[in-house]
Design a protein around this ligand. Structure first.
Ligand SMILES: [Zn+2]
Ligand SMILES: [Zn+2]
Length: 317
């Protein structure tokens, strides 16, 4: 999809049919090739991207899953480097989060937690901008004919964000609790990004069961937060030029439905970690320390248990 002369990536668009892609999971040799030659890397980074037992090869998709419906490029680390990407260098190295509309306390993921997680994953400074009021900024809105809920047109948001990119921004990510749509003929969209324009927007509205009129379970707040953190890291990684992962179970796997989003892991696989480290430039041990602390502080026991032994191995003398 092309808009305003810029590559646009539509994120998890509402699936309407679609064709089988015949996707077959890559074999071990292809996964190793995707990681690339690690022999000249600093020890910590080399250890961090050894597949070992930490990472599971990607599963064969079931009907309706992302890879059953979408043909994805199988981009290796070497191809990613060759293609080029925006690096977080010079003065452009702050990730900005732009709240669009209110984030009501108690029914939204807390902004300070979203900020802390983004800073941990990308190892960069993250700042939250003052709330953008969609009505005051005259962004195009409609009432969705099916849900009867308010939606904002993504193109208007992306255009607004593009005009206001701070000088020191690596990227600006619009985040909102209001539902989104990409054009009048579409039902909705979870999010949309201008990969080369350094702006993106995504909504957390549909991660709350109440959006669909369903009962909120006992742990709905944790589920809403976890889904929101995953999508935030996933979409932000797209801003660093990462496509959808086709090699391992990985936070960068595409997702066609909430079941897939919930099954998706919270961590980057070796291929995606190597790509992201190259473009964001973080110290991989410091990144793992920050993630371990975040998961422990926020009660994500499973994720903390994944990171802790990896950190030990990465830092071993
Ligand atoms: Zn994606
Ligand atoms: Zn990956």
């Amino acid at each position: 999809m092309v808009l305003m002369g810029t590559l646009l990536l539509a994120i998890a668009l509402a699936p309407e049919g679609g064709t089988r892609t015949g996707f077959a999971p890559p074999a071990e040799a292809e996964r190793a090739k995707a990681i690339g030659d690690t022999s000249a890397l600093p020890t910590a980074l080399r250890r961090a991207i050894e597949p070992g037992d930490d990472f599971s090869p990607i599963r064969r998709p079931k009907p309706g899953d992302w890879l059953a419906e979408h043909l994805e490029e199988r981009e290796t680390y070497d191809a990613y480097v060759e293609r080029g990407f925006n690096k977080a260098t010079g003065i452009r190295k702050v990730i900005y989060l732009q709240p669009i509309g209110e984030f009501p306390k108690g029914t939204s993921p807390p902004l300070d937690v979203l900020k802390a997680y983004t800073a941990a994953v990308f190892g960069l400074e993250v700042r939250i901008l003052p709330v953008l009021d969609p009505a005051a900024q005259k962004l195009t809105r409609r009432k969705n004919p099916h849900t009867r809920k308010e939606q904002i047109l993504t193109g208007d948001i992306l255009e607004w964000l593009s005009r206001k990119i701070p000088k020191d921004a690596y990227c600006v990510l619009g985040i909102t609790m209001i539902d989104l749509y990409p054009e009048p003929s579409w039902n909705f969209v979870f999010g949309q990004a201008m990969l080369t324009g350094r702006v993106g927007v995504f909504s957390f509205a549909r991660y709350d069961p109440a959006f669909y009129g369903e009962k909120r379970g006992a742990d709905w707040k944790k589920t809403l937060l976890k889904r929101s953190l995953k999508v935030l890291a996933h979409e932000t990684a797209h801003m660093f030029g990462l496509g959808h992962c086709v090699y391992f179970e990985c936070i960068e796997n595409g997702s066609n439905h909430l079941g897939e989003t919930d099954a998706r892991l919270m961590h980057l696989c070796p291929v995606c970690l190597r790509k992201l480290q190259k473009s964001a430039g973080f110290d991989v041990a410091a990144q793992h320390r920050a993630l371990e602390k975040f998961y422990k502080d926020r009660g994500f026991a499973e994720e903390a248990a994944f990171v802790a032994p990896r950190l030990k191995r990465i830092e071993k003398n």
